[in-house]
Design a protein around this ligand. Structure first.
Ligand code: FAD
Ligand code: PHB
Length: 389
């Protein structure tokens, strides 16, 4: 088989890139290791930056989001005793959208199918070859037979555990990492959300986050120690802990119910450079991971896709390779800004196992600065709603 762009990974990055390329008349094939149902079952991100919202509309997968998504114009930050609102819309003129990753992936799969796009599921042992030549290709196994796809470019959209990044020689790849000594225990429950604006709470018992998916679907998280087994957390234990960490007025109106999903995600900051090696590009989680504090993961995947799509479009339609040459540097520059923001917000909001009284006072002072300084709020709002591409 031959295609122009061979995309490894059928998560949000790979599907969105393939959809945008198709609309521009550029051919691609997506190779995904898992089944479609498995990909659609992963409960992950929920808050979209305004740039991501625009990109989804551009990719013609914005209709359901615009009808059913919840426009979010502010966030609430809380310390030990009370919360305060940061009016993102007033400070930036832009707003976020609460719209789950599962819904985005669903719409992208439906759109790819309706347009006759090629997405190959359960592709095993996918391997990129000859990326440092002008004739790269990708091999994989499906139903016991080996297949080969020749292409002009390879897009590594295969997430943190994928094969693309690992195929770059160790002498070329530079990695940067911080692992945090805690994770997030998240639950999804069919209950009305306690708040319609995302609440980030820094409590001496640990961090808590209140989010939502729709009027009757809440998404809540609490910080737990690194390596904690999810079996240790009954629904009752979760609700008691969550209530203890959020401001009292909200705890009083919280409606609880059975968890329909419960899982623990470890927290880390990670970046690999360069994001391009020869004819292969790294996109989204394949190149970088941020802790979810600040909701940047999926949004960074979207900005990478934007830069790569524009680069490939200019290459095919205008015979202009400047975007290809600039991709790694442009995408990484935006990644590092979000990396700093997520690291900062994680550090301010979480309890660290070895933290001192001084450290806690510093965290409280950061939160007070955010509450009392319009300038601090403006800086936070700009970063939260997302830098323009
Ligand atoms: P992925 O979504 O990881 O997609 C990669 C795809 O590639 C997968 O479908 C995978 O099956 C496939 N693949 C992997 N290896 C291969 C291979 N060898 N061959 C073929 N296919 C392969 N972000 C937020 O903004 N907010 C959140 O609340 C949030 N919560 C998260 C919770 C968890 C548990 C995780 C893991 C991530 C979370 N994120 C969150 C991050 C966000 O979900 C990711 O940034 C986003 O999924 C990145 O999309 P992606 O397409 O780059 O990677
Ligand atoms: C979510 O809704 O899952 C969510 C919201 C905000 C975050 C992280 C996750 O910062």
């Amino acid at each position: 088989m031959r295609t122009q762009v061979c995309i490894i990974g059928g998560g949000p990055s790979g599907l969105l890139l393939s959809q945008l390329l198709h609309l521009a008349g550029i051919d691609s094939v997506v190779l995904e290791r898992r089944t479609r149902d498995y990909v659609l079952g992963r409960i992950r991100a929920g808050v979209l930056e305004s740039g991501t919202v625009d990109l989804l509309r551009r990719a013609k997968v914005g209709d359901r989001m615009d009808k059913q998504g919840i426009v979010d114009e502010g966030i609430v930050v809380a310390g030990e005793t009370h919360g305060f609102r940061i009016d993102i819309k007033a400070l930036t003129g832009k707003s976020m959208m609460v719209w789950g990753q599962t819904e985005i992936t669903q719409d992208l799969y439906d759109a790819r199918e309706a347009m006759g796009g090629t997405v190959i599921h359960e592709a095993e042992a996918v391997k990129p070859h000859e990326m440092d030549t002008d004739a790269p290709f990708v091999t994989y196994y499906k139903d016991g037979a080996e297949h080969r796809i020749d292409c002009d470019w390879i897009a590594g959209c295969d997430g943190f555990h994928g094969v693309s990044r690992k195929s770059i020689p160790r002498s070329v790849l530079k990695e940067y990492e911080r692992v945090y000594p805690f994770g997030w225990l998240g639950i999804l429950s069919e209950t009305p959300p306690v708040t319609h604006e995302i609440l980030y709470a820094s409590h001496s018992r640990g961090f808590a986050l209140a989010s939502l998916r729709n009027e009757n679907l809440s998404r809540y998280y609490v910080q737990v120690p690194q390596g904690e087994p999810v079996e240790n957390w009954s629904d009752d234990r979760f609700w008691d802990e969550f209530k203890a960490r959020i401001p009292g007025d909200l705890a009083e109106k919280l409606i609880t119910g059975p968890a329909i999903e419960k899982s623990i995600a470890p927290l880390r900051s990670y970046a690999a450079e360069p994001m391009r090696w020869g004819r292969m590009f790294l996109v989204g989680d394949a190149a970088h991971i941020v802790p979810p504090t600040g909701a940047k993961g999926l949004n960074l995947a979207a900005s990478d896709v934007h830069y790569l799509f524009e680069a490939l479009k200019a290459h095919y339609l205008d015979k202009d390779d400047s975007g290809i040459e600039d991709y790694a540097q442009k995408a990484a520059a935006r990644v590092w800004q979000a990396m700093r923001f997520s690291w900062w917000f994680t550090t301010v909001m979480h309890q660290f196992p070895d933290q001192s009284g001084f450290d806690r006072r510093m965290q409280e002072s950061e939160i007070t600065l955010l509450e009392t300084s319009k300038a601090a709020q403006a800086a936070m709002a700009e970063l939260y709603v997302g830098a323009p591409y």
